[in-house]
Ligand binder design. Sequence first.
Ligand code: NDP
Length: 500
Amino acid sequence: MATIFTHEFNTPVYKGKTSFNTGLYINGKFVEGSDKTTIDVTNPATGKVIAKIAEATAKDVDIAVTAAHKAFETTWGLNAGGAERSRLLLKLALLMEEHQQELAAIEALDNGKTFTWAMDLDTTFAIDTIRYYAGWADKIHGQVQETDEKKLSYTRHEPIGVVGQIIPWNFPLLMMSWKLGPALATGNCVVLKPSEFTPLTAIRMCELIDRAGFPAGTVNLVTGYGNTVGAAISSHMKIDKVAFTGSTLVGRKIMEAAAKSNLKDITLELGGKSPNIIFNDADLEQAVNWAAHGIYWNHGQACSAGSRIFVQSGIYDEFLEKFTEKSRSLKVGDPFDVDSYQGPQVSKNQYDRIMDYIQSGKDQGATVHLGGDRNGTEGYYINPTIFTNTTPDMKIVQEEIFGPVGVVIKFEDEDDVIRQANDTVFGLAAAVFSQNINRALNTAHRLKAGTAWVNCVNQLHANVPFGGFKQSGIGRELGEYALHNYTAVKSVQVNLGHVM
Ligand code: NDP
């Protein structure tokens, strides 16, 4: 049986208590799953179970979809005006702000990211995102088209209906806010599934959503496994759209399920193998610092991680020396220690997956220049790892590792590096470092990626669109662009005097 999760934080960076129901949140109530089974949630810093949450089934997805449809037809959708949707989203942002430290502490406990990062980035950005979309809720405008004087033709951007949202474990609260913000601002109802590895902030958020005053059924949370609950969402005949963030493998399954069921609309934010290109004329110290942030941020568990670091031959040796020094200086340790930069990987699965990639790099003949090993004896910590002497066909050069593992590759000139950088099935993000503005912008334009950073890496803002080219995804999150994923355009044509 799902229970109340209570945890007392008595850490150097945060002291406080949290306590909340760990049931499913359906139709405005916390309930058990139909089978009354639970899922164990572990703390990746210790590998120990910290909570039991309700496990949803396909039947619970059905119940949630029914509740969402009812809300859509009665209290939400076109029944709640833009000003009301905006008011409720703003209230939610305020409640998140009031509980920011608590949310950050739960995130650090459940995911293993440091409390400091969870405060400065995850929770801050999540609040900004909800507030940003609150601003859009009463600005959802269609157009008027000029046809002729005896006709009025205009478009309405209507909410799609009930949307399924499936989110991953790397930025649990942040991905929830990226998904909820545009969906709710445009009047859709939501059935959301967090990753079973990191469900706690999503569950905690449901109480805040309730307190903010969203009508029952507007947001429903079904915590469960991907192959049951995730599959039920993506193949549901009464879910009109699915938004997903996660692996390319599962993205494919979702697209297939959407095609085989009701041809629901999909947006996919998938993996990456982002190039980070550093020219001879870059500010070397800055390039080193950003490159470290690019690959080690969130323990490398970021879809945009700058995992392929291309360095021009003139500065390669010096860069490698300074980058190694920087990597060594990053403290791997408990997420609640004051000076920890990198915590544990999220789960035993992920830890094993990364260690397998490291082994494959060794087996295929690359050099482990730094790290490549476990940190400590408890939990899922991995030391910052640098590979050199790689070849383009190696798995560690081609596949998304999703861990603190970077490859440093030498290049000669612009054409050479563009060819290597674009030699991937992914196209999520890329970065270029150069003090020559022409070179920097020319390179940024030639890279096949949804985001190109110039003299920085991993910069994201609520109002700037984010998403992938190629197999990194379909559609854009954030900014005004995300609103288009959640509205259906209707043309209305009115006859003002044509006679038949
Ligand atoms: P997944 O893609 O499996 O998980 C993402 C979400 O999809 C989770 O909520 C998961 O649920 C759900 N899911 C799993 N199977 C299905 C399905 N058949 N239908 C619908 N939903 C499903 O990622 P993993 O956790 O397995 O991580 C593996 C790799 O994926 C990582 O190493 C990384 O390379 C990549 N990844 C990329 C992310 C990104 O931001 N682009 C985020 C996370 C992972 P459940 O957890 O219950 O299985």
